[in-house]
Ligand binder design. Structure first.
Ligand code: CTP
Ligand code: ZN
Length: 158
């Protein structure tokens, strides 16, 4: 690890138990909080670091979110994959990194993203939930109306 990266980590103390979402695409920490339902208020202890140096990232910057005493469920991890495909999910138990999982880009996304086409059956009163085929990084195609979402996915998160 580069010297300035180590210094960046020290901006926020280590946690005893919980989840560290690391290598978040810089600028997306607040979207991650939104996905986790934390933006609107929480009792959890949450630390956010934005725009710290990162050798691994193309922009040279990353965001980090640390949530104490909470481990993420798979649906939350899928959502994070959509906006921060380089992120790693570190599960911390008794100060140790017990698990380190890259987020996995899913094949199909259901429920969590809204179709941009207001006439789509998934936006009607029919009991049809949104469903997208994941074509490529950052490109989703609605299975019902074939609408494409290829930018600003965070804006379509339900
Ligand atoms: N971390 C933490 N509290 C702990 C242990 C780790 O907040 N008790 C954080 C570290 O600051 C880092 C992340 O969890 O942001 C992953 O920790 P670690 O695997 O030790 O760091 P790296 O080796 O730099 O991870 P990577 O190779 O994924 O960059
Ligand atoms: Zn649609």
């Amino acid at each position: 690890m580069m010297h300035n990266e180590r210094k960046a980590e020290l901006r926020v103390r280590s946690i005893k138990n919980g989840t560290v979402i690391d290598h978040i695409t810089a600028g997306n920490a607040l979207n991650v909080l939104k996905i986790l339902g934390i933006a609107g208020g929480t009792k959890a202890i949450v630390s956010v670091v934005m725009n710290v140096p990162s050798k691994r990232s193309a922009s040279g910057r990353k965001d980090i979110v640390k949530i104490e005493d909470r481990e993420l469920i798979p649906e939350e991890v899928d959502k994070i994959a959509l906006i921060a495909p380089q992120a790693t999910i570190n599960i911390i138990r008794d100060y140790e990194v017990a698990q380190k999982n890259p987020v996995v880009w899913p094949d199909v996304i259901s429920y969590i993203v809204k179709c941009p086409n207001l006439n789509c059956i998934s936006n009607s009163n029919e009991p049809v939930f949104s469903k997208f085929k994941v074509l490529d990084s950052f490109v989703l195609r609605c299975v019902y109306c074939e609408s494409i979402i290829d930018k600003d996915i965070a804006a379509y998160l339900i």
